[in-house]
Design a protein around this ligand. Structure first.
Ligand code: PLP
Length: 386
């Protein structure tokens, strides 16, 4: 098995770009002794709200929590059907299950990997209550079509924007088209707080309720009950969760968000480089987005073109690993995963998602990837597939 003579350091997939500002903010937060939910979370909420142009937001401690709380506050009756794409991370479907609903998985479009809106329309029944489009890899879904479909059938829309912080359609940010937009600040995401996330709501009352639910359901002022202006009693209006973001985490997020556009420009540069440098290999590369949308360039997904090579996707992953290049698989479709196969059999067909599941792998694209790293990725892929 080949070992790169040109790489000693393993190129970790999705490694974050952490700068001096983050170190200093974390130190300042620790020095302040207010490390739980407090003023830095409030600053991050306001900065994020302004960035995406949402009426209201609430910080949470993961993208998964964002999805779970979004579905909870929409008050969907138990057993409601919620449509989403099978080409997503398990967290999307898990949140639907946790909300007491039935996930109705539909196929994606092969080129965009986004929800097939016509397939979604065919799965609407009298029990359907919501639709959860996922802006896959940072490519915006067809939100005008999805919101029109939702309006026609009285469905709520929760956008899974885990990949799509910078994504827009006609200049409007993803996450502001539906009732709630759910963002993730996980380590590999375009903005990271290690673990964290944000909900963006069209109705400020929904964001307020989510904020309360992140902290056991305690009234909102409870997050400041240990402040130096005296203890504040709290009340509980409904049983909540422990899904609050901490100021220590927000210390990272404040500076990550301040550099979000610079990170996007760097990933766009890497994206263009990969498209050019990999075009002669037996790979199916991402298609260009239409001019009206802004792709967030979160994942650079390649499909192994098995009509042009005998090397399988898993063999590519194994050999890239030996060449010290870390890759991801986004994703094996949800309907293929054990729990979903057993619990929600049938549905489909899913020819596009299954085609992608068998062939896809994602190469390093974070702003921490240097020109030398990117050259190593390209060289390794030429070694494996050239
Ligand atoms: C599409 C999608 N949805 C939801 C999530 C969940 O986000 P988190 O890991 O912050 O819980 C992820 C995270 O990877 C994701 O990729």
């Amino acid at each position: 098995m080949e070992r790169t003579p040109w790489r000693t350091r393993y190129l970790v997939f999705g490694s974050p770009d952490i700068r001096r500002e983050e170190y200093e903010e974390v130190a300042a937060c620790l020095d302040s002794r207010w490390i739980g939910t407090g003023p830095r979370v409030a600053r991050l909420e306001e900065a994020f709200r302004t960035y995406i142009g949402a009426p209201a937001v609430a910080a949470v401690n993961s993208g998964s929590a964002a999805l779970q709380l979004a579905l909870k506050v929409l008050g969907l009756p138990s057993g409601s059907e919620v449509i989403t794409s099978t080409m997503t991370f398990c967290a999307t479907a898990n949140a639907i299950v946790h909300a007491g609903c039935v996930p109705v998985l539909v196929d994606c479009v092969r080129e965009t990997m986004n929800l097939d809106v016509e397939a979604a329309a065919r799965r609407i029944t009298p029990r359907t209550r919501a639709i959860v489009p996922v802006h896959f890899a940072g490519r915006p879904c067809d939100m005008p079509a999805i919101t029109a479909l939702a309006r026609a059938h009285g469905l709520a829309v929760v956008e899974d924007c885990a990949h799509a912080i910078e994504a827009t359609i006609d200049g409007r940010h993803c996450g502001t088209f539906g009732d709630v937009g759910c963002f993730s600040f996980y380590v590999t995401k375009n903005v990271t707080t290690v673990e964290g996330g944000m909900v963006a709501c069209r109705e400020p009352a929904l964001a307020d309720r989510i904020a309360v639910l992140t902290m056991h359901g305690m009234t909102k002022d409870a997050r400041y009950r240990y402040r130096d202006d005296g203890y504040v009693h709290y009340d509980v209006q409904e049983p909540g969760f422990k899904h609050n973001l901490t100021d220590l985490a927000a210390s990272l997020g404040l500076h990550q968000l301040a550099r979000v556009e610079a990170g996007w420009r760097r990933r766009r540069e890497l994206w263009a480089h990969y498209l050019e440098a990999l075009r002669d290999l037996p790979l199916i590369l991402p298609v260009a987005p239409p001019p009206t949308v802004r792709h967030a360039f979160h994942l650079f997904t390649c499909l192994v073109d098995d009509g042009a090579t005998n090397v399988t996707r898993d063999e590519v992953l194994r050999r890239l690993h030996h060449l010290r290049i870390g890759c991801g698989v986004h994703y094996r479709a949800v309907h293929l995963l054990d729990y979903y196969r057993r619990t929600f059999p049938g549905g489909g067909p899913f020819p596009n998602a299954e085609y992608i599941s068998e062939r896809t792998f994602s190469i390093p694209l974070s702003p921490a990837v240097t020109d030398e790293d990117a050259a190593d990725v390209v060289r390794a892929l030429h070694t494996v597939l050239g």
